[in-house]
Write a protein that binds this ligand. Structure first.
Ligand code: 5GP
Ligand code: ZN
Length: 115
């Protein structure tokens, strides 16, 4: 874990979070400043700063992340209504926390993503 990383600290239980899912590879918790009725962050336990840090050795993890996101969406009652999965990568995306995270958003019409 990276001592100075807030998401590593959440995984380690050093910062409290509303955890919705955890296993040996990933960790999911409610966003502290939700942009929608459902706003969950899913992170790998391994500290990867951004999407750019994925390597071929992460293939299994990447697939696992997709399946867990699908499961959480279903558990939140979003499977039929719909939801959005979003990753910010780097400065121009607006990424603020540099521990790779997937946003799962839903529970209201989300509007068009592209301007
Ligand atoms: P980014 O802009 O990096 O893609 O998103 C970072 C997200 O992390 C934001 O939506 C922000 O509200 C959330 N966040 C930042 N610090 C904390 C925290 O300490 N706890 C939780 N649960 N969410 C956080
Ligand atoms: Zn981290």
């Amino acid at each position: 874990m990276l001592e100075e990383c807030i998401f590593c600290r959440i995984i380690a239980g050093k910062i409290p979070a509303d955890v919705v899912y955890a296993d040996d590879q990933v960790f999911a918790f409610k966003d502290i400043n939700p942009a929608a009725p459902v706003h969950i962050l899913l992170i790998p336990r391994e500290h990867l700063a951004t999407f750019n840090d994925f390597e071929p050795r992460h293939k299994e993890l990447i697939g696992h992340i997709a399946l867990v996101l699908k499961k959480i969406a279903a558990d939140q009652g979003l499977a039929e209504k719909g939801y959005r999965v979003l990753v910010n990568c780097g400065p121009e995306s607006g990424q603020v926390v540099y521990h790779l995270h997937y946003h799962l958003l839903g529970g209201r019409p989300l509007g068009a993503l592209l301007p």
